[in-house]
Design a protein around this ligand. Structure first.
Ligand SMILES: Cc1cc2nc3c(=O)[nH]c(=O)nc-3n(C[C@H](O)[C@H](O)[C@H](O)COP(=O)(O)OP(=O)(O)OC[C@H]3O[C@@H](n4cnc5c(N)ncnc54)[C@H](O)[C@@H]3O)c2cc1C
Length: 260
């Protein structure tokens, strides 16, 4: 039997469930990766580690800046760091409002070649074309490294280091650090070590691409846990909504057929 302890924020009281089965479906977005540079956590409302916060800040920026120069919004560029879906979606969001973008990308990141594919991701591919045609709107900085974020007289600056070790400073409006995230499974029993003990490789953190929760693929039961624990979605490496549905059916079908 599993016991689930929680707190109901609306009713302001704690609750406990006792149940035979628990399905883990908490995703892998709760603990964003950080880049560990000075200033990363000093500029609230300007530096973001999640796409939703950045998108809201973009709307504010747009509401306050209505002017254009050469068809580009007259604001300092936004710096976007990362080569995955979140980073490219952030770039698309800023591009839609014609906000200038500096996009720091790791050239050898496996995902980049895949994401900049004309057939699979035409919107992202448009960014590649923009980088070649209109760098005033969208400029990719391949293999640059962010070294510092700082503020002078209310203006935000970033220092980027080029592959040749040249330091380049840019004045920017916002910074989005979208370099992936990990699951927060601290709600599990301590013995599961924030989920690590349930992973395919228990020496590493759970993540959606390289080290998912080890399950029986036909039932989605967690293999390294007591009976009745299931997992779904990015926690088991199913990173698209359409893949998660198969997992949900596997779990419900297994529960429906179980006699215990
Ligand atoms: C930028 C981006 C773009 C994407 N684009 C696509 C796309 O175009 N097509 C597609 O199919 N997929 C896309 N995905 C993937 C898709 O978002 C995921 O596959 C899907 O959201 C996974 O669903 P989930 O419910 O398992 O996890 P999530 O959507 O991550 O939901 C987990 C939920 O659990 C909650 N939670 C966490 N911990 C606790 C706790 N202790 N107690 C209670 N609640 C908790 C979280 O707050 C969250 O609401 C994209 C992902 C990203 C990041």
């Amino acid at each position: 039997m599993w016991e689930v302890f929680g707190y109901d924020n609306e009713q302001n009281k704690s609750f406990t469930y006792k149940c035979h089965r628990v399905v883990l479906a908490t995703g892998t977005s709760d603990s964003p990766n950080v880049v560990n540079v000075p200033g990363e956590f000093s500029h609230m409302g300007k530096v973001f580690h999640c796409l939703t916060g950045f998108e809201k800040a973009i709307e504010d920026l747009v509401n306050k800046n209505a002017d254009f120069v050469d068809d580009v919004r007259a604001v300092d560029p936004v710096l976007i760091i990362g080569s995955g879906f979140s980073a490219f979606d952030a770039a698309i969001c800023a591009r839609n409002y014609k906000i200038p973008i500096i996009h720091q990308i790791r050239k050898n990141a496996i995902s980049v070649e895949r994401l900049l594919n004309r057939v699979y991701y035409p919107e992202y591919f448009e960014l590649k074309e923009l980088n070649e045609l209109q760098q005033s709107l969208y400029k990719q900085c391949l293999e640059y490294t962010l070294s510092e974020i700082y503020m002078v007289w209310g203006k935000l600056y970033v220092k980027l280091v080029s592959p040749e070790q040249e330091v380049v400073t840019h004045q920017v409006s916002l910074v989005a650090i979208l370099t992936g995230s990990k699951a927060d499974l601290s709600y599990l029993p301590l013995s599961y070590q924030n989920g690590k003990a349930l992973a395919v490789d228990p020496t590493k953190e759970i993540d959606s691409k390289n080290n998912s929760i080890h399950i029986n693929p036909s039932s989605h039961e967690v293999l390294k846990a007591a009976q009745g624990l299931y997992a779904l979605g990015p926690l088991v490496g199913d990173n698209f909504v359409r893949c998660t549905l198969g997992g949900a059916i596997a779990v419900t079908s297994h529960i429906a057929k179980s006699t215990h």
